[in-house]
Design a binder for this molecule. Sequence first.
Ligand code: SDX
Length: 434
Amino acid sequence: MTDKLQPLHPATLTLGDKSYSLPTCEGVEGEKAIDISKLRAQTGYITLDEGYVNTGACESAITYIDGDKGILRYRGYAIEELAEKSRFVEVAYLLLHGELPQKEQLLQFSTRLNESSIIHEDMHHFFNGFPRGSHPMGILATMVASLSTFYPIPDELDDATEIQIVANLVSQVRTIAAFSYKKSIGEPLIYPSYKLKYTRNFLNMMFASPVRDYELDEDIVRAIDMFFILHADHEQNCSTSSVRTAGSSLANVYAVASAGICALWGPRHGGANQEVIQMLEKIHAEGGDGTEFINQAKDKNSPSRLMGFGHRVYKNFDPRAVVLKKQCDKLLNKAGMTDPLFDIARRLEECALKDDYFISRKLYPNVDFYSGLILRAAGIPTNMFTVLFAIGRMPGWLAHWREMLHSKQVTITRPRQIYVGETLRAYQDIDQRS
Ligand code: SDX
């Protein structure tokens, strides 16, 4: 336990005729925990907590969430304030360094991101090796892991070098994403421009072309930058836990980031934004208003779930969904953009929030429910949605990687299990097997 945790009165565990005293502690926001780090040595018992719903994996000073109150703060700053007043590069600096940057620090960081925005020219050949129609998340995970072959990491890393590598990756992930999109549509790669800031640079690499003029739409730049801010971190979610687990084996940072990308890909996690649009498109194609789909999502025998709804932690509302819904409204109201999928989404939300099935299970719209509509309005292809989630989450993953690596507690992550398989049995020659 670090000195940030306040010890509380010990807990007493009674097992049979024995009692054991277990230390307890409290974090700065009043979260309480029983420290079971010596439980097995003391009692021979382990705990069992599928999906770690009740288990804290670590202490962290990066992000605080209160699921009941819908609170999300990065390094103590409310997500609503950061979304409104900050920009993604500044939020990435905040997550990685723990403080908002001074002017000179922000300029240096932004310049660093620009100078490291290209990838080794020989990496371009890799893109040609992927079959047509490859999912961009598979390309992203592969290309990020392969950065370790072009930019080998020295065994001894001083802090300044580590921060440079991390900044490079925050920048290069955006270039790899845009290049994979250009390759997928058979258009020439558009290189990053040192004249453009982070999000503008990304959109330019995605949509500019030697044969057509591409005007950056400021509302879309703002919407995508805000999308990146809202996705930048989320404490010990599935992909961040994967990053911390992979990092605990001392694998290199590119392998660790690739582990995060792979975990994020799943439809229950970062892949949900793509699933939300596909769900809305299906409802629209069937000419429905969503009522039938909601009944399917409630039916235990149906595989359908209301994608973009529900969250392991948020049990009242996801503050990011509230911000994204407003941004969605703004973007779609601009120049009279209408999108039937947005109308269906609003109707689904309205119905679900009145339906006891969702209310009793505390299922509310999460970050993915509206994010896909913003990306769609920005012209981002659906199969790139989770890739943009990964770009946004990269600074959060890397902040957790660094925190884990430099914490006093760092031990390799190795949970135990309760075995329920066959007990000891003798080997049988194949002729004796029935
Ligand atoms: C993200 O952890 C993070 O922080 C993640 C994230 C981040 O920023 O990193 O916030 C990003 O991943 C957001 C979540 C995106 N996923 C989806 O939108 C997919 C749809 N949602 C679900 O699959 C589900 O809600 C989860 C996975 C998000 C949360 O699942 P839990 O907390 O493990 O809940 P559960 O699966 O145990 O379900 C509890 C009950 C069950 O019904 P009963 O068995 O009690 O009758 O709620 C039902 C579930 O069937 N349920 C749903 C539902 N989600 C849960 N029923 C219909 N539709 C849904 N979406």
